[in-house]
Design a binder for this molecule. Structure first.
Ligand code: SF4
Ligand code: SF4
Ligand code: SF4
Length: 190
């Protein structure tokens, strides 16, 4: 048995065990193509393949020793966001992550990993503390998912156009998260 087989076997056992414990699954931002939370937890075998292929190393796992966790892959966008390469969806062996097109315009029609929540009191232009726009420049859909409005060119988020990648949250320079991505639960909508 090689290392990956051992991890898969151990992960499956841990998954069975953790099935009896409450999880934080619904509160997690998932990689693109993730099935809805309970189905995702059931299908994911904790093989780490998605994390291995993720170029920015955005995919994280809880410790298997944390019994409150689901131990399924998640993204902490403030630390490292998803660049929408879709490699993780190509290697997932179980369908926990469904394939998502690498055509960003096509992906925008159905991909909803989450949606940004902006705290205007912390945002530099809204609070009158300076010019910024970093979220706008980081967004793969400028003038669609984020528009700049008013004399201060403050960001306005358009939920229906946002895929929830978290690149805006990663780019935001404020110490206390002016932007947080609220996980959508399931990532693909019809
Ligand atoms: S789409 Fe790419 S960057 Fe995003 S989580 Fe998957 S592998 Fe990582
Ligand atoms: S608004 Fe933020 S989460 Fe939405 S697509 Fe743009 S960068 Fe990604
Ligand atoms: S990056 Fe942050 S501080 Fe800058 S405009 Fe966007 S939300 Fe505001």
């Amino acid at each position: 048995m090689n290392r990956r087989d051992a991890l898969v076997a151990f992960g499956g056992l841990a998954g069975l065990t953790l099935g009896f414990w409450p999880t934080r699954s619904e509160a997690r931002l998932r990689p693109p193509g993730a099935r809805p939370p309970r189905e995702f937890d059931a299908k994911c075998i904790r093989c780490f393949r998605c994390a291995e292929v993720c170029p920015p190393k955005a995919i994280l796992f809880d410790s298997v020793l944390d019994l409150r966790s689901s131990d399924t892959p998640f993204i902490d966008a403030h630390s490292r966001a998803c660049i929408l390469c879709m490699k993780c969806t190509e290697v997932c062996p179980t369908g926990a992550l469904e394939p998502v097109t690498t055509d960003l315009a096509e992906a925008q029609k159905t991909l909803r990993m989450g949606s940004p929540r902006l705290d205007r009191g912390r945002c530099l232009p809204y609070s009158g503390r300076g010019v910024c726009r970093l979220c706008y420049y980081a967004c793969p859909y400028p003038d669609s998912a984020i528009e700049l409005k008013g004399p201060r060119q403050a960001p306005v988020f358009v939920a229906d156009a946002c895929v929830g990648c978290g690149l805006c949250e990663e780019a935001c320079p404020t110490d206390a998260h002016a932007i947080r991505i609220a996980p959508a639960g399931g990532a693909l909508v019809p």
